[in-house]
Design a protein around this ligand. Structure first.
Ligand SMILES: [Zn+2]
Ligand SMILES: [Zn+2]
Length: 365
């Protein structure tokens, strides 16, 4: 049973770097095993902005294939209401018409070596909503293939708050990589959407001391609201010296990097103690150069990467539903679909005007 669907919808369409357009498109009709969502909210990610500005990670260079496709609608941080589909899809995803769901950004192939081992977030083909082979949610409707990973989310939440499940799940995965102990001093670099998620996740692990770093006092206040015990403005204070002072000269046990700024890498290596753990979540716009002998000879560090939010979506959604996330403060700006350019420009504004910017496709501009 489905509600009558309109024939046409508005959607943002990628034409090239710095050339995204609002267009009319046919509303997709779900085929066998597919469902259709009416998009309620979609977050604008830093990766969306990097893609918009033509970053090689998305558009390709001599080392990599292009990852974004012209003609596609972006948007991978979304929640929507199930409005159409067949019994196969509903049974597979365990949802019904009218439910609110979030989909993981990756659409795993379920056939490659990684997928077969349950390591679906490293899927070889790496199809993803909004980038590769599936349209994203910067549109009034989005099609959900059977291979998507779907999670129900409470309708009690504001839609743009619910859509924060995506960045939060990513941050929780990075926190899991760090294997935090009660005795640890944990340092989080950056109080943007990912950094705040890192703080929220690390708080749940209850380390002895949780320290947030940023350049902006308002962001640091948000870091505190997310559970940081202490904040350091690295514009005003030497973070390495301060953290050594707080740890009897040893340094931090764990460093979670969520800024994407090259200088945050050396900073982390320098403020960690010997045998410490460094977790990198960020995507960098350029190569980063550091003294690798800090990792080997000096400190024998564990340096770990983190990508996406595997097995962390239920926890992220629970934290949101339990009211543990100060979403009112994190989700600072919401725009209609027609105002997507303003939303992108605001995410790109480095003056610290916004934290999480979202589009609400149901809202008229
Ligand atoms: Zn994202
Ligand atoms: Zn795969």
């Amino acid at each position: 049973m489905s509600e009558p669907l309109p024939d046409r919808m508005q959607a943002v369409v990628v034409h090239g770097p710095e050339d995204y357009r609002l267009e009319e498109k046919d509303v997709p009709r779900p085929g066998p095993g597919e469902m259709l969502l009416r998009v309620e909210a979609v977050g604008v990610c830093a990766s969306d902005l990097k893609c918009y500005h033509g970053a090689a990670k998305f558009w390709g260079d001599e080392h990599r294939e292009p990852y974004v496709q012209v003609g596609r609608s972006p948007g991978h941080e979304f929640v929507g209401e199930v409005v159409a589909g067949d019994e196969e899809a509903f049974a597979h995803h365990r949802v019904a018409i009218g439910d609110r769901v979030a989909c993981e950004q990756i659409v795993p192939c379920e056939e490659c070596r990684y997928c077969r081992r349950g390591q679906y977030w490293m899927c070889g083909p790496h199809d993803m909503f909004g980038f590769k082979n599936f349209d994203g949610a910067m549109a009034e409707y989005v099609l959900v293939p059977i291979r998507a990973r779907v999670h129900q989310v409470s309708k009690q939440l504001e839609p743009h708050h619910a859509a924060f499940a995506e960045p939060l799940s990513c941050a929780l995965h990075a926190v899991e990589r760090a294997n935090i102990s009660f005795e640890d001093t944990v340092v989080v670099a950056g109080c943007g959407p990912i950094g705040l998620g890192l703080i929220l996740g690390a708080r749940e692990k209850n380390p002895m001391n949780l320290i947030a770093l940023d350049l902006d006092d308002d962001k640091l206040a948000l870091g505190k609201a997310c559970g940081a015990d202490l904040t350091i403005n690295i514009r005003e204070e030497d973070a390495v010296a301060r953290i050594k002072e707080l740890t009897d000269g040893y340094g931090a046990d764990v460093y979670l990097e969520g800024t994407g700024h090259p200088s945050a890498v050396g900073q982390g290596l320098n403020l960690l103690r010997k045998l410490g753990t460094y977790v990198e979540y960020s995507v960098f716009g350029s190569d980063v150069t550091v003294d690798w002998s800090i990792i080997s000879d000096d400190k024998e560090l564990d340096v770990l990467g983190a990508h996406l939010g595997p097995h962390c979506w239920p926890a992220a959604i629970k934290m949101l539903e339990d009211g543990k996330v100060p979403v009112e403060q994190i989700c600072t700006h919401q725009f209609a679909l027609a105002d997507f350019q303003q939303a992108l420009d605001l995410v790109g504004d480095t003056s610290g005007a916004s934290v999480k910017v979202s589009l609400l496709p149901g809202r008229r501009g």
